[in-house]
Design a protein around this ligand. Structure first.
Ligand code: ADP
Length: 304
């Protein structure tokens, strides 16, 4: 997430101020050592007190800078959510108005097209609302665990994504598997489905014009892994971990073009951790696609 010019100035000020204070304290410390060189007791007390002051100053500056950055991320998040809520509502309103004013002149196919657009807009609204609600709960709601086949659930989500986004079944596909047995996990179906859908959605929306997303479900020892691979813009190595932070969006042209809230991957990671699993990303680098991994423990035999 980029930091605005006002805050950039505030951060620069606090960092410079903090560095000056640390330099001053260090200079005083050296002076104290020179003055009390012969007397061991004041020398030790002085060095200890100055070390405490310097540590305090560094901690304080770090805290302030982090708070300024967090504030910036909240602002960007509010803007993003407002945009994500306003755009579909405006579109729905426009289509409804046209339907009302020109209902006599609109033929059936045009009307159906309008209904389709409005349904897509409501899906988009629901996705944003669900993301905000899930993040607000931040994993505090209890899990309703059942035993189910993860591959089956992922196949359902792939089919849903293809239908909702009007894509060909080639564009988003489930990788074939030679493992004939179900890959069973013991978890909250709704939460896991939402995490998988967030990964598929990202694969689609960051791919741009040419959507090419492959979803695989594999068994790895006592764990099950869902892998979502796209051929989109990819990620530089230093962003691979950061993207899972709440509200975080990689700064740059891609996130300016593709709208989002910075919540999807945080939700994915929270769901994985709550189930005793983990989520991580790999990429060959910018422009070379990305793979997101969502790992869960396999259900233990006998657990239902
Ligand atoms: P959102 O997509 O709403 O911004 P996410 O939490 O889902 O929020 O993703 C965080 C950031 O990670 C995105 O803003 C984007 O910069 C990056 N990202 C996520 N998925 C991908 C992907 N498949 N390819 C490239 N970058 C991605």
């Amino acid at each position: 997430m980029s930091v605005g010019p006002g805050r950039q100035g505030a951060i620069a000020f606090f960092v410079t101020f903090g560095v000056c204070l640390v330099a001053l304290a260090a200079a005083l410390n050296v002076g104290w050592i020179v003055l009390t060189w012969e007397q061991i007791a004041p020398l030790l007390v002085g060095v200890f007190v100055f070390a405490a002051i310097i540590t305090g100053l560094i901690l304080n500056t770090t805290f302030l800078v982090r708070e300024v950055r967090r504030n910036e991320q909240h602002d960007a998040f509010v803007n993003a959510v407002t945009h994500e809520l306003k755009t579909p509502v405006t579109s729905i309103r426009l289509h409804l108005e046209t339907l009302r004013q020109r209902s006599a002149s609109l033929d059936e196919s045009k009307r159906q097209e309008f209904y389709g657009v409005m349904l897509d807009d409501t899906d988009r609204l629901l996705r944003t609302i669900e993301q905000v609600l899930r993040t607000g709960q931040a994993g505090r709601t209890p899990l309703h665990r059942t035993r189910f086949d993860l591959r089956e659930l992922v196949a359902e989500q792939v089919a849903l994504a293809v239908a909702q986004r009007h894509l060909s079944s080639d564009a988003v596909r489930l990788a074939p598997s030679d493992d004939p047995d179900p890959i069973e996990v013991f978890g909250d179906r709704i939460e896991i489905a939402s995490a998988v859908m967030n990964l598929i959605d990202n694969g689609i929306k960051y791919s741009g014009e040419r959507v090419d997303v492959e979803v695989a479900v594999v068994r790895h020892g006592r764990r099950a892994v869902v892998r979502v691979t796209d051929q989109g813009p990819g990620l530089p190595p230093d962003e691979l971990r950061r993207v899972f932070k709440r509200f975080y969006r990689v700064p740059g042209p891609v996130t300016q073009r593709v709208k989002g809230t910075g919540l999807g991957l945080f939700i994915v990671q929270t769901a994985a951790r709550r189930h005793g699993g983990r989520a991580w990303a790999t990429s060959q680098g910018p422009g070379r696609g990305a793979t997101f991994h969502f790992e869960l423990p396999l259900a233990r035999p006998g657990v239902v």
